[in-house]
Design a protein. Structure first.
Length: 162
């Protein structure tokens, strides 16, 4: 199918239901998804839909009822209304699109000398006036790395190769 602009993302949503046994005393139940909003789930106790934030709250995947649900087997049903949010603690190179990391995405001072491989910075990436005497280590430049400037009295230099 053709699209004008960017192709829409495809998100899968799997309907999940948790069931709990009421004890008549327990008010807290651990959900299988780590959600933080009571509005992301629908809770039914003994066939009666509960009101989010009034009958129950949710924090870090822990559902807490204002009053303990009555004793029963699977008498508490939780249906998830929001998709699972996928988060990554680390991103691998294969997850980064080519050209996705731009100058604005790199924090100031994030690229340090320890993160730059030896020989990775080439001459065309160094500004003409960026290397000064105090930045050059002793014995770092040898004779075969020095290019002599043109002789200003050379006729070819003065007259553009004539």
């Amino acid at each position: 199918m053709s699209y004008i602009g960017n192709e829409p993302e495809v998100n899968a949503f799997t309907i999940t239901v948790d069931s709990f046994n009421g004890t008549g005393a327990c008010t807290q139940f651990t959900l299988t998804r780590d959600i933080d909003s009571a509005n992301d789930i629908e809770v039914v106790v003994n066939g009666v839909i509960q009101t989010p934030t009034t009958s129950y709250t949710v924090t870090n995947g822990l559902m807490t009822f204002d009053e303990a649900p009555s004793l029963g087997t699977n008498n508490i049903t939780v249906r998830y209304l929001a998709p699972v949010a996928i988060t990554y603690n680390q991103i691998s190179a294969s997850q980064i699109l080519p050209g996705a990391v731009t100058e604005t995405a790199i924090a100031t001072s994030a690229v340090t000398t320890t993160k730059i491989a030896d020989g990775a910075v080439l001459g065309n990436k160094i500004g003409v006036t960026q290397i000064t005497g105090n930045l050059i280590a002793n014995n770092a430049v040898s004779g075969n790395n020095i290019v002599s400037p043109p002789d200003i009295f050379d006729d070819a230099f003065l007259f553009g190769g004539m």
